[in-house]
Design a protein around this ligand. Structure first.
Ligand code: SAM
Length: 272
């Protein structure tokens, strides 16, 4: 349940370094543990000294820009990673075992890409030629977090931080009394609008016609979003990837189901 979820109190306190170690900025000065001022009003035991406060999170050279909400087994992220090799992307997934699976998948792909690059380098050296360029990004730009995306989005991302949000085959919650658990709603759309920059895109896809209509209705009714016209939607390379590379998309394909796609652009905030 949610009380076991870990989330930062504020995006500035989020430490991304373990997810994106290749993007950590080396500090010029080593970080010093900050010592909390002992509270003079409290009778602290003389020997305990000051407690160590957490270190400042390590900085990355760039920020996460793409979020995959309810990423499942990570098919979308893994397919997007080499396509946008220098854009940091994060999957948010609520199930522990599924998150762990994606974490292991990313580690394995990184190790495989590294080994392939090393082998190509060694081969080129032996042949006296220059090595081929390594696989773009080598999956260093993709990470996954266990999180309830319905609750803690603004804890992880600053206002306007994201350029793309993917909502692929979200749980349909068919029954009317379960609709409040849908990942698209007036309230949640305001959170997506908050973390998305003007011009940023929310990508949605589902095989459930009723859920598709629900998502379109809720985004179109929201003042911060407009629907992206179909020609533009179909020209976006991320749409093809979203249709074919998610695990759920593949399942729908096998079952010869329909895939309903809708994209929504984050509008500029009106001037007051
Ligand atoms: N997007 C993936 C795909 O297309 O293959 C997975 C789709 S699956 C039907 C929906 C996923 O959303 C599940 O893995 C589920 O655990 C996850 N999920 C549901 N509610 C969530 C929430 N509040 N926060 C994060 N993930 C959630």
């Amino acid at each position: 349940s949610d009380h076991q979820l870990i989330y930062p109190p504020h995006p500035d306190q989020m430490d991304w370094s373990s997810l994106f170690p290749d993007y950590v900025v080396a500090d010029e000065e080593p970080q010093q543990p900050r010592r909390q001022q002992p509270d003079s009003s409290a009778a602290a035991p003389a020997s305990s000294g000051a407690e160590l406060a957490p270190l400042q999170p390590k900085r990355l050279s760039k920020e996460v820009e793409i979020a995959d909400i309810g990423c499942g087994f990570g098919g979308l992220l893994v397919a997007l990673a080499p396509t946008l090799p220098d854009t940091l992307m994060l999957g948010l997934e609520i199930r522990v075992s599924v998150t762990q699976f994606v974490e292991d998948r990313i580690q394995a792909l990184r190790a495989q890409a590294r080994r392939a690059a090393e082998a190509a380098e060694a081969e080129a050296e032996a042949a006296g030629s220059s090595p081929p360029p390594p696989a773009p990004g080598m999956y260093r730009n993709v990470g996954v977090l266990r999180a309830n995306a319905m609750k803690f989005l603004p804890n992880f991302f600053r206002k306007g931080q994201l350029s793309k949000i993917f909502i692929c085959f979200p749980d349909p919650h068919f029954k009317a009394r379960k609709h409040k658990q849908r990942i698209v709603s007036a309230t949640l759309n305001s959170e997506y609008a908050y973390v998305l920059r003007p011009g940023g895109i929310v990508y949605t896809i589902t095989d459930v016609p009723d859920l598709h209509e629900w998502m379109v209705r809720h985004f179109e009714a929201h003042p911060s979003f407009e629907r992206v016209p179909e020609p533009e939607q179909e020209a976006d390379p991320c749409v093809a990837i979203m249709r074919t590379e998610t695990e759920e998309g593949k399942k729908v394909e096998r079952n010869k189901g329909q895939k309903h796609v809708a994209l929504f652009r984050r509008l500029e905030d009106p001037e007051w």
